[in-house]
Write a protein that binds this ligand. Structure first.
Ligand code: NAD
Length: 492
């Protein structure tokens, strides 16, 4: 078993109370590593280290171009360490190495992109109506940013926050998930190696209600960038209100993936699979509600079952494995509970629904890819995020009905539409209330394209140029060019 330590102010540390959290490998069911169980004192130390870094001339006074160069250097170091970091992620969260390695190799692009953007954040000289005033704006960093992240794609989802936050000149404290902290600890060391001053990037490990809550409450923290579930997101939003922090939230979803009457079924089947069985359904943008036109329903379900029956389940480290285990034991139990809830409410179990105990998978938390048909949108499986390999199929008779069902959810993270009719595609992209809409595609994201939720799927966006402003504040400067100050009792 390996012990990993937190990174605070450039130093590796165990927790103040000397407690530890075991990391269990979801494939073997065995503890393979431990991370410190950070306490309030550790959270305070990390915020103080970040606040000190904001005052350190080595960070506060470097030029935006130099910040960009540091970020690009980190991108190079990630590439050198991609395989090692991907292996750590797979042992921590049980996701496929093929996916985690793909993410790691893509990660540098985020640092190159925001590294390039760092010195292109330009204020304006404003030709204001105030005669005799030279008026301009500058963008300044917020200060200490706390990034709180989930276990499903630790380094990718942290990067969505870290790269723009650093490009904007902030200092960051990262609180990774208690279920998957190891890769983050090793990742953070690359920032020191690249030349970022100590304290600019810190990692505190521990539970959300312990060190996580202490970070959110700390008065020196200017912003919380949170990715996780509804309950945690709402708790963070409320706690952050006490000290009026900036908050962005990337939460869950119950995203519709819609197969229209004219769709190419063989492609739509692949879209359904990438929406719900890739990543074992453990993705915020899971296409967990599959809406199929009634005229194509039976044909579609038969093709999907045939495709899924051939999916290879097994060791997530093997590059040809297609479906791995669920990440935690409670999550495994929750997924199986939802299958029972669905059938009790009248859904038909068309495929899977049981633990998978195939060769080599006896000790892992495997659930068969599960297809439920005869689902209605009022059933719990259609309304609640399951975060597992469970697909609910709902029939519809025309586009109006599909749009109404798709939008009848408190969430609004993403949606997919499968059609070869351009007019229909445009109609859906306009009508669907979701932050991202894919046409004849699913689960595509880019560092250059904003991502985030409508409704209760979140607040704010990540990725793209515009969102760097989420980590900046505008300062307006008036310089009086005239000697005389007119009537001081009247607003000018
Ligand atoms: P979670 O909400 O349980 O935990 C996320 C993080 O928040 C963890 O680090 C946790 O320790 C911390 N946390 C929880 N309560 C907290 C509190 N009160 N104060 C401070 N920190 C707190 O989520 P999870 O189970 O790790 O991840 C799965 C969820 O994340 C799913 O709902 C999924 O949809 C969502 N998610 C969203 C996106 C997105 O971009 N929208 C991406 C991935 C995952």
């Amino acid at each position: 078993m390996i012990d990993f330590k937190m990174l605070i102010g450039g130093d590796e540390r165990i927790a103040a109370g000397e407690g530890w959290i075991d990391s269990v490998n979801p494939f073997t069911g065995k503890v393979w590593a431990r991370v410190p169980r950070g306490q309030e004192r550790d959270a305070i130390a990390a915020v103080e280290a970040a606040a000190a870094a904001m005052e350190n001339p080595a960070w506060a006074n470097i030029t935006a171009s130099q910040r960009g160069a540091l970020l690009r250097k980190v991108g190079d170091l990630i590439l050198d360490n991609a395989e090692r970091l991907a292996d750590l992620e797979v042992q921590d969260n049980g996701k496929l190495k093929a996916e985690m390695l793909g993410q790691l190799r893509y990660l540098p692009q985020h640092y190159y992109y925001y590294g390039g953007l760092a010195d292109k954040i330009e204020g304006a000289v404003i030709p204001s109506d105030k005669a005799g005033m030279f008026t301009h704006t500058v963008y300044e960093p917020l200060g200490v940013v706390v990034a709180i992240t989930p276990w499903n794609s630790p380094l990718l989802l942290t990067t969505w926050k870290l790269a723009p936050a650093l490009a904007a000149g902030n200092a960051v404290v990262i609180k990774p998930s208690e279920h998957a902290s190891v890769s983050m600890i090793e990742f953070a060391k690359l920032f020191l190696a690249a030349g970022f001053p100590p304290g600019v990037v810190n990692v505190v490990t521990g539970y959300g209600n312990e060190c996580g809550a202490a970070l959110v409450e700390h008065p020196k923290v200017a912003k919380i960038a949170f990715t996780g579930g509804d309950a945690g997101g709402k708790a963070v939003y409320q706690a952050a209100a006490k000290t009026l922090k900036h908050v962005t939230l990337e939460l869950g979803g119950k995203s519709p993936n819609i197969v229209c009457e004219d769709a190419d079924i063989s492609q739509a089947v692949k879209g359904a699979v990438s929406g719900i069985f890739a990543a074992t359904g453990q993705t915020c943008m899971a296409g967990s509600r599959l809406l199929v036109h009634e005229a194509r329903h039976d044909e579609f379900v038969a093709a999907l079952r045939a495709f899924v029956a051939n999916a290879k389940m097994g060791d997530p480290m093997a590059l040809d494995t297609q479906i791995g285990p669920v990440a935690t034991l409670p999550q495994y139990e929750k997924v199986l509970d939802y299958v029972a809830i669905a059938t009790a409410e009248g859904a038909t179990l068309a495929h899977g629904g049981k633990p998978y105990r195939g060769s080599g998978c006896e000790n892992g938390w495997f659930v068969e890819p599960t297809i439920l048909t005869d689902v209605t949108n009022s059933m719990r499986v259609a309304r609640e995020e399951i975060f597992g390999p469970v697909l609910s199929i709902i029939r519809f008779k025309d586009d109006d009905e599909a749009i109404a069902i798709a939008n009848d959810t408190p969430y609004g993270l993403a949606a997919g539409v499968w059609t070869n009719d351009l007019t229909r595609a445009f109609r859906y992209t306009k009508a669907l209330k979701a932050g991202t809409v894919w046409v004849n595609a699913y689960r595509v994201v880019s560092y250059a394209v904003p991502f985030g939720g409508f409704k209760q799927s979140g607040i704010g966006r990540e990725n793209g140029q515009e969102m760097i402003k989420e980590y900046l504040q505008t300062k307006s400067v008036y310089i009086n060019l005239e000697k005389d100050v007119p009537n001081p009792f009247v607003l000018r």
